[in-house]
Design a protein around this ligand. Sequence first.
Ligand SMILES: Cc1cc2nc3c(=O)[nH]c(=O)nc-3n(C[C@H](O)[C@H](O)[C@H](O)COP(=O)(O)OP(=O)(O)OC[C@H]3O[C@@H](n4cnc5c(N)ncnc54)[C@H](O)[C@@H]3O)c2cc1C
Length: 404
Amino acid sequence: MEHYKYVILGAGPSGLSFAHTLRLLGEESFLVIDKEAEAGGLCRSTEVDGKPLDIGGGHFLDVKRKDVLDLLFRFMPREEWLEHRRVSKIRIRGIELDHPLEGNLWQLPIADQMDFLESIAKAGSVRGEPEPEAFADWITWKLGECIAREYMLPYNRKIWSMDPNELGTYWLYKLPNVSFRETLQSCLEKRMFGALPAHGTFLYPRDHGYGEVWRRMGDALGDRLHLGEALTGVDVERKIVNGKYQAETVVNSVPWTFWAQHVALPGDVRAAVGRLVQVPIDVDYVADTLPSDSHWTYDPDEAKSYHRILLRANFCPGSRGYWTETNSARAAGEPGPGGFRHHNEYAYPVNTLGKPAAVQTITDWAHARGIFPLGRWGQWEHMNSDVATSLAITAAREAAGGAA
Ligand SMILES: Cc1cc2nc3c(=O)[nH]c(=O)nc-3n(C[C@H](O)[C@H](O)[C@H](O)COP(=O)(O)OP(=O)(O)OC[C@H]3O[C@@H](n4cnc5c(N)ncnc54)[C@H](O)[C@@H]3O)c2cc1C
């Protein structure tokens, strides 16, 4: 039996950031295990057609969090990254508009602008009506009938492959918040008004894919990282992982679904895990270079299987082509474009109506037993890698009692 203060399940951004923060605090009694052959989780990259491609979908580093940049620049210094001003688009009525739609309706022909403006003017949120509970009603209440029908509802049906009313509204504070007044002003002045969306400025490696920084973080852990080792069991009372690693604290960043397969869970916790939903995505490469300056483009057209296109040539110097992200549960059986494809079985944790209660049940059970839920799958939260990293840094500092 090997003894560690911390056994960390998963070497994605969360597990790697937790482990390195412990190390910076002088704590060496930890082990990280991951089922894959390379560290980085959803943020891994590979080489396709001579240039990097992010196999978990398009990944860009938001610049807002200093603690995150300080940690990542230790492994990939700032000069290895290029800074970009976000250009992202939405395909509506046969043309590409800048994101967010509410701030860029002025890019439509006048008659189309009138349709959208009239419907926003009639939206419940503009008329002071109370906030509805159901997702589809909330979207229409907030953004008006046109944006709901032509963008938000079809896009959400594509990405989640479920009836939007099975989703909660508790996460919609993350949507861009452009007021009706700002929408009107943008149409009159023909420029965007309102708050910039997330990733307004982002970093992407100059000569590598996004996965490079995480691969280096994995390498730097040396024998404290066991790759190619899946979770096969946890003796919860004695905190023994895979029959051979005894921990004071087990840090879990792998989907709880694997715990349900390999660990004896009490009935209520097992039932809660059974209520968690995730969406799988396929990433497909196409060698054509599209005539657009967009970094990525959202496509709500339900006749198309993919929901987002990543225009690699616009953020990865010297490259060509693009890749698509497709909810593979929705597109089941449809062939891809035929080139490189990577399947991610666990891509998006879904914000269903029942998720907060299910996560609470699992978290309460885990905390009471010295098991710490971490990251996208430990918290079943649709968080970006900068958020996952920041939360892991804070959690490791609290656990080890210091400031790295
Ligand atoms: C399409 C898409 C686009 C995204 N775009 C961005 C973006 O632009 N910017 C951004 O910052 N973030 C983005 N994200 C989010 C980012 O991928 C996550 O925030 C980040 O990967 C979370 O890190 P994590 O370590 O919590 O989870 P993960 O990266 O999922 O890592 C979990 C790890 O656990 C391992 N694991 C799973 N099961 C087992 C098991 N049974 N045994 C052992 N190990 C196991 C996995 O192999 C993996 O390494 C995007 C995500 C998706 C899906």
